[in-house]
Design a protein around this ligand. Structure first.
Ligand code: ZN
Length: 232
């Protein structure tokens, strides 16, 4: 967040793709099969077509986590968009936010459909991590559609002008989380790929602010990343 969060801009328009669209395509494919002659298309081929149809998505389980040890706290469906990352969009950015409030406040507003924004994760002062949106889905957190589609967003409890709130436990838990994301998607651990909300093109948000200690954070991410296997 960082300012008054109003982030979802542009994120919602391209949702959908599910429902009736899929049904209609399925019918058309069926029609093609009949016209060409049933045996003309190998079943295997048909299966592959099906997989590419819009609206076909990876199976997902409510409450399933991407980050080990996180607590699931599902955000309102209005604050994110279903996607199939990294297959439909490459994930190559992590965006660091500061709530301008408490962990509880962040979780509460991200569950509010009227808020229009949410991050994938919220990190508490004591290092506790909540996952609110699956990494394969697009969270409305950066206020920039391209950045939302290519990034994972992490909120941190606290205020931009209170550096004492950015605890060791929080930096370390966040570094483990970011390192895991970088490992999963092959994202380089550098400041080009791990950025603050303030660095998102066109943003008017200032978080995580001048007191977020990048010189402390980045070595921690590198240390944690070194413990993990590479992406492929
Ligand atoms: Zn922010």
């Amino acid at each position: 967040m960082g300012k008054k969060a109003r982030g979802g801009a542009g994120g919602r328009s391209a949702g959908g793709g599910t429902g009736s669209g899929t049904g209609r395509r399925a019918f058309l494919v069926g029609g093609t099969v009949a016209a060409v002659g049933a045996a003309a298309l190998a079943r295997e081929e048909l299966t592959r077509w099906w997989w590419r149809l819009p609206g076909m998505e990876k199976d997902r389980v409510e409450g399933e986590l991407d980050h080990k040890g996180a607590q699931w706290a599902g955000a309102s469906r209005a604050n994110w968009r279903r996607a199939d990352r990294p297959d439909d969009f490459v994930i190559d950015r992590v965006v660091i936010h500061v709530v301008q409030g408490s962990f509880a406040t962040a979780v509460k507003v991200f569950k509010d459909p009227g808020h229009g924004a949410a991050t994938h994760y919220v990190v508490r002062k004591d290092g506790h991590v909540a996952q609110m949106i699956r990494e394969l889905d697009v969270a409305f957190h950066a206020g920039n559609r391209d950045m939302n589609e290519r990034s994972i967003g992490i909120e941190h409890e606290g205020f931009v002008d209170r550096p004492e709130g950015f605890t060791k436990a929080m930096y370390e838990a966040s570094a483990r989380l970011t390192a895991g994301i970088c490992a999963r998607y092959g994202i380089p651990v550098d400041r080009e790929h791990i950025i603050g909300h303030v660095e998102v093109p066109g943003t008017d948000h200032t978080d995580p602010g001048p007191h977020w200690d990048w010189d402390r954070y980045m070595p921690l991410v590198r240390r944690e990343r070194a413990k993990l296997p590479s992406a492929d």
